[in-house]
Write a protein that binds this ligand. Structure first.
Ligand code: MG
Length: 166
């Protein structure tokens, strides 16, 4: 099972992450808008296009992609009713005390240090833009992980930008 010559499939991972986000109608720009808002008092003159480019860069990072892939697969499996009980019901109902969604999000935010973590906590509380849409979307789609993941990516980009301009 464990092949010592396994080469990490970064490009395939990136393609999966891109497809997972597209399936939820989420663009780099949607994420960049959240980050720009987070950084507006510090970086008011940096154009949205630069936040968008940094979002793409963050999404190419292996540790980020790993957490995004796992999180979004769990939303997809829950939507397809392919998880075992009680995990299926826990994720479908976005149970507040579950916490694994926030845990994976924190893995992403942590990569960029304390600025990433504090910004994730903030976006998780205020839930703006696309995060609000995903959090409130009531339909057949399970969005338990995606809202936290988007918040964490936005927070990671905010931290990256803060360090870049420090
Ligand atoms: Mg959640």
């Amino acid at each position: 099972m464990n092949n010592a010559s396994f080469k990490y499939p970064d490009q395939a991972a990136y393609e999966l992450v891109t497809a997972q986000l597209a399936a939820k109608n989420i663009t780099y720009k949607d994420i960049a808008v959240i980050t720009k808002e987070l950084q507006k008092q510090y970086l008011p003159d940096v154009p949205l296009s630069e936040f968008e480019a940094e979002t793409q860069d963050v999404l190419h990072k292996r540790e980020v992609m790993n957490n995004v892939m796992v999180a979004l697969e769990l939303d997809r499996l829950a939507t397809a009713h392919e998880l075992k009980e009680p995990l299926e019901s826990i994720i479908c109902n976005d149970a507040g005390v579950f916490g694994v969604d926030e845990g994976l999000a924190l893995n992403i935010a942590n990569i960029y240090g304390t600025i990433g973590v504090t910004n994730y906590g903030y976006v998780d509380k205020v839930k703006e833009g696309i995060i609000k849409r995903l959090d409130e979307e009531k339909g057949d789609e399970v969005n338990t992980f995606i809202d936290d993941i988007i918040g964490a990516i936005a927070a990671a980009v905010a931290a990256k930008m803060a360090h870049k301009y420090a």
